[in-house]
Write a protein that binds this ligand. Structure first.
Ligand code: MN
Length: 196
């Protein structure tokens, strides 16, 4: 993934690359999740940066180096940017390279999706389930709590589903597993593959 760079010491609010995501995520959820939750993380990140010693660094570097409130807000901005950017109402299908990597490391694409959904469904509390590539080029699925991102563990993050309740409660209430299963409809694999 390309580094996200601040302009004049401030990180910009990312724009959604689509107007809706059909049935998978409602307009209401998109509006609150992007317009309210992400907006608050961006505002709080920009308030916390001056004087932190991390001014001018890429967002990824801030996430690697920051602690406490600055880490939480920077992590949530990076996580949500990757989450919202990977979706499309008319998503591109998985390419041959990604398919062969998933088959190599999980046995099949279906086995990968099953593990990803299972780890998302069983993450206790708030957090994220991630597909990443490790230093040896192997694909791994990890659970990250709260604002954590796999970059802090030396992994290259490729795809994520948000399992904080604010991501799904308006549409799915307590049915987190149904939300996770529905998201595959809108994953744009060209975006995911561009992060390899
Ligand atoms: Mn969220």
């Amino acid at each position: 993934m390309k580094d996200i760079i601040p302009v004049n010491g401030q990180f910009a609010m990312m724009e959604l690359p689509y107007e809706n995501l059909g049935q998978a995520i409602s307009q209401n959820t998109l509006s609150f999740h992007h317009g309210k939750h992400l907006k608050a993380y961006v505002d709080n990140l920009n308030k916390a940066l001056p004087g932190s010693g991390l001014e001018g660094m890429s967002l990824q570097m801030v996430v690697r180096k920051a602690q406490g409130g600055l880490f939480n807000n920077a992590g949530q901005v990076l996580n949500h940017t990757m989450y919202f950017e990977q979706f499309s109402p008319s998503p591109k299908a998985m390419g041959a390279k990604m398919e062969s990597l998933l088959v190599r490391d999980f046995g099949s694409v279906e086995a990968f999706k099953k593990e990803f959904e299972q780890k998302g469904a069983t993450l206790f509390g708030s957090g994220w389930v991630w597909l990443s590539m490790d230093k040896d080029g192997k694909l791994v699925v990890t659970q990250q709590r709260n604002a954590e991102n796999p970059v802090t563990e030396g992994l290259c993050p490729l795809m994520t589903f948000d399992v904080w309740e604010h991501a799904y409660y308006l549409d799915y209430q307590n049915r987190r597993a149904d939300y996770l299963a529905a998201l595959w409809q809108v994953v744009d694999w060209q975006v995911v593959e561009s992060r390899l």
